[in-house]
Design a protein around this ligand. Structure first.
Ligand SMILES: Cc1ncc(C[n+]2csc(CCOP(=O)(O)OP(=O)(O)O)c2C)c(N)n1
Ligand SMILES: [Mg+2]
Length: 335
């Protein structure tokens, strides 16, 4: 039986200034990083694909805020935010987007293939659905080693109709893997709406058939995400129970830089309506009203974020191209 009705709050500490600063800071960092990445793309500094998560920042920030540094996270190609929130250095993330040698993947992976072992961020996967079985493997490895880490796996609504999603749900339930499955339901897979691809559009309900706790959450509310993921982490860490979370969110930009506004398959009114739920503005206003942050605190966070991202761009610009001899290193090959 799915546990949507579960009302118990996670045993998390109350929000204070330090936490509010972190949550707002992480969301602003992701937003600013991606705005700058879009500019750099337009200037021809970034090649290949670039998928922005602008509008979806509360999921990465809220979920990561309840993780330990040694917990694992694994994601899709729309992963800048998940990787940054997990603690990766924005300078090395930007350098990767620029295809430079100081990038997280030595400039050989680009935007869709960020990896950072130092913070246990395991990608950056371009094939829709393909990383879900890999994530289950991470959960299996945690149990095999007798460890108490958890693994958060982010994926889009577009992965749900695929076999890999169902295989991974089944195995995580059957083998009691310490997984937190987070579906970022932004209602579109490229230009295909959820309603055109799924017979069951309430994605969290798929947890029910596999007998694992599952629930939807407002993915624009960073504290709601923090709470639902906090409870899931407790279950995963203490008794190896996996959870499926459907975070209802929205991307304000198009699918990728080739579809900058996403204007063909959704109305302008819909986009404008969703922008009223901007997770950063909502949390900033809430934090000021609750007295967690002052207006001056918010300005200071903004300045710090802007400085860090300007520094990241300068670092990426200054980093050399990978040398040609690196073409044949770090790859699977037969000698
Ligand atoms: C197996 C596979 N089929 C098709 C594609 C092309 N493709 C790239 S992104 C995408 C849409 C995925 O949408 P969703 O999972 O909802 O994630 P979102 O882009 O909304 O974050 C598709 C079909 C792919 N990368 N992999
Ligand atoms: Mg989607």
């Amino acid at each position: 039986m799915a546990q949507k009705t579960e009302t118990k709050k996670a045993g998390l500490p109350a929000v204070d200034t330090e936490l509010a600063r972190r949550l707002l800071g992480d969301m602003m960092l992701i937003r600013r990083f991606e705005e700058k990445a879009a500019e750099a793309y337009a200037l021809g500094k970034i090649g290949g694909f670039l998928h922005l998560s602008i509008g979806e920042e509360a999921v990465a920030a809220g979920a990561t805020s309840v993780l330990r540094r040694d917990d694992y996270a694994i994601s899709t190609y729309r992963e800048h935010g998940h990787c940054l929130a997990k603690g990766a250095d924005p300078r090395r993330v930007m350098a990767e987007l620029f295809g430079r040698r100081d990038g997280l993947s030595k400039g050989k992976g680009g935007s869709m293939h960020l990896f950072d072992k130092s913070v246990n961020f395991l990608g950056g996967h371009a094939i829709v659905g393909a990383h879900l079985p890999l994530a289950a493997g991470v959960g299996f490895a945690i149990n095999y080693e007798g460890a108490d880490q958890v693994c958060v796996c982010y994926f889009g609504d577009g992965a749900v109709p695929q076999g890999e999603f169902h295989e991974a749900m089944n195995l995580s339930a059957l083998w009691k893997l310490p997984m937190i499955w987070i579906c970022e339901n932004n209602r579109y897979a490229m230009g295909t709406s959820l309603e055109r691809a799924l017979a069951q559009t309430e994605i969290w309900k798929f947890g029910e058939v596999y007998g694992i706790p599952s629930e939807p959450v407002d993915g624009m509310d960073v504290l709601a995400v923090r709470d639902v993921v906090g409870r899931a982490v407790e279950r995963a860490r203490t008794d190896k129970t996996p959870t499926l979370i459907e975070a209802r969110t929205y991307r304000f930009r198009g699918h990728s830089m080739r579809d900058p506004a996403g204007a063909v398959y959704r109305t302008k009114e819909e986009v404008e309506r969703e922008k009223l739920r901007d997770p950063i503005a909502l949390f900033r206003d809430k934090a000021i009203k609750a007295g967690w942050l002052s207006e001056a605190d918010v300005r200071a966070i903004e300045k710090d974020v802007n400085d860090r991202i300007d520094d990241a761009v300068a670092f990426a610009d200054a980093s050399p191209e990978p040398p040609v001899e690196w073409l044949l290193t770090d790859i699977y090959k037969e000698d």
